[in-house]
Design a protein around this ligand. Structure first.
Ligand code: HSE
Length: 436
């Protein structure tokens, strides 16, 4: 066992985040020791290749390709996992906990897929498992949900939790560019990966939504429970249509408590592009920044804003967790574990109440507006506003609905698409952040 006065850290992964964790552990050694109450020493860094170029000089003799061997050492008190992905990260974390280490991870995909296995292992080992860096990079949002708001009742979490897609949508809004052009620019500037699927199709945001919903609503929510739509189908016409309504398109992660069919509260969790009014605080989140808007009964509305990605910002969140779990080790205690006591069911997307903005090109003749209104009425969807612009023999109708079950809104759009008087449904987008 390690000397109690020194805490020994193993870092798994030395990429963009891991290299910054290693750098900060070295540069802030004395301050960290003062804040923790004991020195925090790096004892090993597991990497795939010893000779890969990296952004930090790892102290002599600390690099190893044997990650399993590193977490099995009996002198390691704290393990930082920044490899990402499901395996070998899961086995390594489980092994670290089993061997008595506390763990800090930034692994959103693993937590959203199999969090309960990790939390149960941490509880059994009586060790901490902290993961602030898994959602929205440097922004402190998990600790506020888990600790600061633990005495309140959170009802809604609405976030921009993916920087890549926010950069692309912001570019489309400011320059009028289409999706492909904006994606290309994001790739050139290093915001988007060569394979951008995880970001643009909403997988990354859905994993983060699952983590946020689990913490906010004290229930187990996995990525598979989150309705997911990405931004690859968002067109320049959608963005222009939003602009006409003084709104902006954002990829939102929305987690909320909603009454289910039996009146019991359920968790609704979804990720999709949506129009929000430019006056909404999330509309001002530009470029690759993230922000999370939390609504709770006693506190009211809170917003957390900052850099949601990048090596150093993410390492900041990792180090914050590391200080906490190190202090806990010294005090021979642990922080709060998983809180899933409420055990709320997940509300299917079709039953979740949303609002739609629908732009339709129609013939400009008598009865057309009534026919369109009837399509909404057929599905019991109430219309909030209608705007019409004449275009010679054609007209464009822009309809914004009141809130209705998502399945009813989707069926309304299908019906509109099948009507003879409708030339084209040019834009369909959910609307958030206004009056229902
Ligand atoms: N790729 C993510 C983003 C950061 O663009 O926000 C890591 O989750």
């Amino acid at each position: 066992m390690s000397d109690k006065r020194t805490l020994r850290v193993a870092v798994l992964g030395c990429g963009a985040v891991g290299s910054q964790v290693v750098r900060l552990l070295g540069e802030q050694h004395d301050d960290l020791a003062a804040r923790v109450g004991a020195p925090v020493e790096l004892v090993g860094v597991a990497v795939r290749r010893l000779d890969a170029p990296r952004d930090v000089d790892v102290p002599e003799g600390l690099l190893t390709t044997d990650a399993h061997g590193l977490v099995a050492r009996d002198d390691v008190d704290l393990v930082v996992e920044v490899i990402g992905g499901i395996e070998p990260a899961r086995s390594l974390i489980l092994s670290a906990l089993h061997n008595g280490a506390s763990v800090v991870t930034a692994n959103k995909a693993l937590l959203a897929e199999d969090g309960p296995t990790l939390f149960e292992a941490a509880a059994k080992a009586e060790r901490d498992l902290y993961y602030e860096a898994a959602v929205a990079g440097a922004i402190p949002i998990l600790r506020p949900l888990r600790e600061s708001l633990a005495g309140d009742r959170v009802t809604r979490v609405l976030g921009i939790v993916n920087g890549t897609t926010n950069f692309i949508l912001d570019k489309m809004d400011t320059s009028g560019a289409g999706f492909s052009e904006a994606l290309e620019e994001a790739q050139e500037l290093g915001y988007a990966e060569a394979d951008p699927t995880a970001d643009v199709e909403g997988f990354d945001a859905a994993a983060k939504a699952a983590i946020l919903a689990s913490l906010a609503f004290h229930s187990r929510v996995t990525a598979a429970d989150v309705h997911r739509e990405g931004i690859s189908e968002v067109t320049a016409a959608d963005v222009a249509s939003a602009r006409d309504m003084d709104s902006v398109v954002k990829l939102l992660a929305i987690c909320e408590l909603r009454p289910g069919p039996d009146g019991q509260e359920q968790v609704a969790a979804r990720v999709h592009p949506a129009m929000i009014p430019r006056s909404h605080p999330l509309a001002s989140v530009r470029e690759a920044y993230n922000a999370v808007f939390v609504e709770s009964e006693a506190a009211g509305q809170l917003m957390f804003y900052g850099p949601g990605a990048g090596g150093a910002p993410t390492a900041s969140a990792v180090l914050g967790d590391l200080v906490t779990v190190a202090r806990n080790r010294l005090a021979e205690t642990r922080g709060a574990g998983e809180s899933a006591y409420a055990d709320r069911a997940v509300l299917p997307m079709g039953e979740t109440r949303t609002r739609y903005h629908v732009a339709i090109d129609v013939d400009d003749r008598a009865g057309v507006l009534a026919a369109v209104a009837n399509a909404f009425a057929d599905h019991d969807v109430s219309i909030q506003t209608v705007r019409q612009e004449g275009r010679g023999a054609d007209a464009q109708l822009v309809v914004v609905s009141h809130a209705a079950p998502d399945a009813a809104l989707s069926a309304t759009v299908d019906q509109l698409r099948s009507m003879d008087i409708v030339r084209e449904v040019t834009s369909v987008m959910r609307v958030e952040g206004g009056d229902e």
